[in-house]
Design a protein. Sequence first.
Length: 515
Amino acid sequence: MDGTLALTNARIFIQQPGRPTAHSVMVSHGRIVSIDKPPTRDASVIDVDGRCVVPGLIDAHMHMLNGGLSLQQLDLSNITSRTQFEQAITRWHRALPGDAWLVAHGWSSENWGGDDPNLTWFGEMRNRPIVCHRMDHHAVLVNSAVLKQLDLAAEVPGGRILRDDCGAPTGLLVEAAAWKLVNPIIPQPSAHEKQQALLAAQAHCHALGLTAVGSMEYTANVHQVFEPLRDQLSMRCRITLLDRDWPLDLADGEALRNRNDDVLAIIGYKSFLDGTLGSRSAWLLEDYSDDAGNRGLMLEHARDGHLKEWARYVAAHGFSPSMHAIGDAAARLALDVVDELDLRADGKPEAARIEHAQQLDPSDIARFRNVIASMQPLHLCDDGRYAARRLGQRRLAGSFAFRSLRNAGALLAFGSDWPIVSADPLAGIRAAVNGLTSEGEQFLIGETISVPEALHAYTAGAAQILQMPDSGTIRVGGLGDLIVLDSDPMTTDWSNAMPRVVMTIVGGRVVYDAM
């Protein structure tokens, strides 16, 4: 990036041995060229008036395009009753054109006591197709207009079609039943509409202090959405491809990888080993405590017995195998693959990433030494409300084990999984530091970590797993990605407040300014 920018009169967290802070930093042509030296004559100087400067924050795991699209959909995340649900659907319905599908997201049955919603929650709205994604996007509630378009005669491997006592579908479909039956028939936005959604997502994330993301995307969307916007992207995007067929055709990924640069790069492929705790589809070693006989679902390559072969094939071509593993049984299988194929985090691009690692058997934590644990602290805020019911008190010893994993030598990186939860990394730091659920109750306080440790997981740790060696720290020669905060994160009482992002800088260019 062109030009020279200097930040002065600052408290800059450079975290070098014997030199934790500095007072000025200068960026030229996208990279940091000096620290604590007078700015050159050609520099644009910004006096930040004593505010704090930290490295640009990095989200190690999100779905950026879906996040942008979600900004245009009905958000049900604050709904706390059936009445509110029905009212929100009705209001959105009245504002839509006659033939449009109503697509919503964000609901959680825990917000209103735990009862699953069903067809009756849509009242008389039977003509307009309605699709409501659960907050984890691993279950979906649809109305009768959608059910009429589905073939529900047979169960879907790796999924569930919930039925009432008479065998009639309730409108709730879980995992593969949602992905394979519902998702393909939802009308898709045009390429232009997706591009506008991506730009909206970029602006949204910059306002939160994010300068880079590890985004999970389909190859078709990389071609149609990301690549045409390459020159308009100020967010550094490290893409993990979601194409999950087997055998896997890597030709497209390799062709896209040939264009990798500091702005847009393809780094890996993803496989889903299981589902989520909220949808009771995370694959567990023992039954769910509140659902006897159910141990969740083993999905895709894991279910079909191809996971090790898939991971070997992906790694052999220099890509990082990313394995979604929320339940303890899924995490154990992922660790078995890492051990057998030697895919530990030793600087190689083909190091495996275990995504979520949310529920672990305590005996497996030591196996994470030099293994990437890509985790999402804000999931604790929702799942912490009902984890004890799902798992029982004994198994909580392996939940959201941030401290234990760090102590075991895991490479810990943080992200959001947006739009599943907020993309706000500062809210994620607060969750990791305080261990508070969304209801304000402490959950597993013994697994919380310090502010510097959480900040590292959102900067240098995330940069490492996303193969960004020049990001995540403030040092001469590194990329000029910085954020300015209105207060000191190290002295903030995170139980009552959070710093606020007032400026975001990518490669020396201001991309968000609220100073």
